[in-house]
Structures are given as C-alpha cells and as structure tokens.
Design a protein around this ligand. Structure first.
Ligand SMILES: *Cc1c(COP(=O)(O)O)cnc(C)c1O
Length: 373
C-alpha cells in the first residue's frame, strides 16, 4: 500500500471546539463542517462533536442530507439557505435551519407552508458585499419574518471580511453596522467566525460560527493566547520511498528548479499534487522527516515530492515524513506555515486533500471506515 494517509485526531477536534466555547462562554458555538468538514470527513467529525454542539453549519442541503443519512440528529443550518424553491420541502422534512439572504428566498419562504416553523438566520450585508440584504432593507424584512407563521426562532446574521487582521477599519465599519441594527431590532446575533471567536469578544452573539479553528489552523494574522492553544487535527503523513546523493550543480525534478549548491541527500516522498499537496510549494517549504525539519527541494510532481534531507539523522526508506500536523516524536508542523510557503491559506490545503488519500480516524470517538459509509 502507498504510505500516504491523512490521520484525523478527533480528540484534537473536540479540544479545539471546547476552546471555541471557552472563548465565548455566553454564546453557543455552531460547528461549521461544510466542504466535508474542511476535508476532514463531515460524518466522522459530526459524530465526534454531536454530543456537545447546539447545531452544525453546512453550505448546502446536499451537505446536510449526508449528515442526516448518517444518523446525525442535531439541528443543521444552511449557511446559504436554499438554492431553489423546491428545497424548502426538504428543509422542513429534515428539520433544518436556514439563512435567508435574498429577496427570492424570503418570498419563497413566505409562500410555503411547513409542518413546523423553520428557524431562520436573516443575513445582512454589513459591508463584505457578498450575500445579504442591504442594511436599509433589514427592518422591513425582519418585521415580515417575525410576523410570519412559517418562521421559528429568528436571528440576525452577518459575516466579516477582515476579522483576522490585527487592525482593520473595514472590520469596525461592519461591526458598527450590525451592532446598530441589533440594538434597534433587539435581534439575537450570529456573527463570529473563527477569527472573531478568538479575537473579537464584542461580536460574540447568541450563536457563533467557528470553522477553520476547529481543525487547528490559526486564522489570526497575529496569534493570541487562545489561538496558541489550538491543536492540529489532520496529520498528512507519508514515507521516504527512495534516496540519492547528488553533487553540487545537480538539479532535482521537473524543470530543474532546485539545484544543489553543495553535496546533498535527496529523499523522494510518496505525496504529490495528485493527492492535493500544493504544486505552488516553493523550495524551502518545511517538511518533517523523522520529526526533524527539512526543506522541499524541487517542484512537486503528481505522485511524489523531493526533500533535502542533508544532515537529518538516520533517514532510510520507510522513514516517517509529515507534510503538516504532528510527527511521531511530537514535533508539530503548522499547516499555516506550509500554506505561506505555497502562497495560499490553510483552507485550500485542507479542502484540497483528494479522495485518493485515505483518512484514518483516531481518538475517543473514532469509527471505522465501514461505519462511516
Ligand atoms: C465558512 C463560514 C464560516 C466559518 O469561517 P471560518 O473562517 O472557517 O471560521 C462562518 N460563517 C459563514 C457564513 C461561512 O461561510
């Protein structure tokens, strides 16, 4: 078997969720598990968290149905609401909560007769200019929804564009906009994503929506005391499959991008862009070999990548290689650091791990692959 595996530590997931709760003790933290739980496996993550969350959040009805079919019974909120009118019947049948961000969604909901009132998160565009009603429309929509028999509990929702930044005028404009609306309407709020959960207690509402922090990535431009407690959930682990010594001036890999300046020992690792490891990774991207930091050397191929292991102890065929996460000796390679070397963010690396890579679950509530089907 090819040695590349994505190991998922469900105890770390629960630790990070509990950290989100400790950051916001007056709020209820909805665990965001869209995009297959950011690549970690939505059903496995949902089962590990279902005893402690008030609700899960996903991007679409399809993602919610995967959870319901897997036996997840807690509330699930659709962060973008419905994509077509016929989805309302399934929202009702499966007892889902929904965001309402557009006029057509509002009209569809008000023309529908559910079995039970549907909890709604009314989305205001406080300045990100992606989804939501304009602030000037909110009073009327809020009152229409409040009076509608179709609607259960109603919350005001918005999303921050720059809550990760240390100082951001844009953030303060968004916060002022929502704060004013919430005071005027006496509306319970759901605002905080991961960076706001960690660093902006003023935004903590009735509900928060932490996502990437649950998986152990630090979303803050500058780490704080809370974010330093995050633990990596995914460890992408492989092995050395070949070794060679090269002389000064000798190139490695496609295009000969890396060229040894001194005699070097090159390890070939079973992991490539065909597994989701980013092809934009620059020479020097950190990799843990035997739990020691080594540097990517040469362009990433589809099934392999190459690492300069000169000076690393006892490297042989079969030596442990960690692309991100925790090595067997306890050393941690942060996915955020790897992402910076790839000119991207942890979100794309995590959601980019392809189906070819088997996921193996560890921790108190780990379930076999069989039960996850
Ligand atoms: C994805 C998403 C979140 C979670 O964001 P993170 O940055 O991963 O914490 C919260 N709210 C909405 C509307 C989202 O789409």
């Amino acid at each position: 078997m090819r040695p590349l595996v994505a190991h998922i530590d469900l105890d770390a997931l629960r630790h990070n969720y509990q950290l989100a709760q400790r950051c916001a003790p007056q709020s209820r933290s909805v665990a965001v598990i869209k995009a297959d739980a950011y690549g970690h496996g939505a059903l496995a993550c949902a089962r590990a968290l279902e005893s402690c969350v008030p609700a899960f959040a996903v991007a679409s009805l399809d993602e919610a149905l995967v959870l319901r079919r897997g036996g997840i019974d807690v509330p699930i909120v659709l962060l973008e609401g419905i994509f077509s009118v016929d989805e309302l019947a399934l929202v009702d049948t499966h007892r889902l909560w929904m965001a309402v961000h557009s006029r057509w969604q509002l009209e569809a909901l008000l023309a529908f007769t559910p079995e039970a009132p549907i909890p709604v998160w009314l989305k205001v565009d406080s300045g990100m200019h992606r989804l939501g009603f304009a602030p000037a429309e909110i009073d009327a929509v809020w009152h229409a929804l409040s009076a509608a028999p179709q609607v259960g509990e109603l919350h005001l929702m918005s999303h921050f564009a720059t809550a990760d930044a240390t100082a951001s005028a844009h953030y303060h404009q968004q916060w002022d906009c929502v704060h004013e609306l919430a005071c005027r309407l006496d509306a319970p709020l759901c605002l905080a994503n991961s960076p706001a959960t960690l660093a902006h207690p003023e935004t903590h509402g009735a509900f928060n929506r932490p996502g990437v922090m649950l998986y152990g990535s630090d979303p803050l431009e500058q780490a704080n005391a809370a974010s330093r407690e995050l633990k990596p959930v995914m460890t992408l682990r492989s092995e050395v499959i070949a070794l060679r010594d090269i002389g000064p001036g000798e190139p490695v890999g496609y295009g000969g991008r890396f060229c040894a300046s001194e005699p070097a020992r090159i390890a070939v690792v079973a992991a490539g862009y065909g597994d989701g490891y980013d092809r934009h990774a620059a020479d020097g991207t950190p990799v843990l070999v035997n739990g020691q930091r080594a540097a990517l050397a040469g362009k990433v191929s589809m099934d392999m990548l190459t690492v300069d292991v000169t000076g690393i102890d006892d490297v042989h065929i079969g030596s442990e290689v960690v692309l991100w996460g925790r090595a067997q000796n306890g050393a941690v390679l942060s996915i955020d650091e790897v992402a910076r070397h790839c000119d991207t963010i942890s979100y794309t690396l995590l959601t980019g791990v392809l189906p070819r890579v088997p996921r193996r679950y560890h921790g108190a509530r780990a379930l076999s692959d069989e039960t996850l089907r």
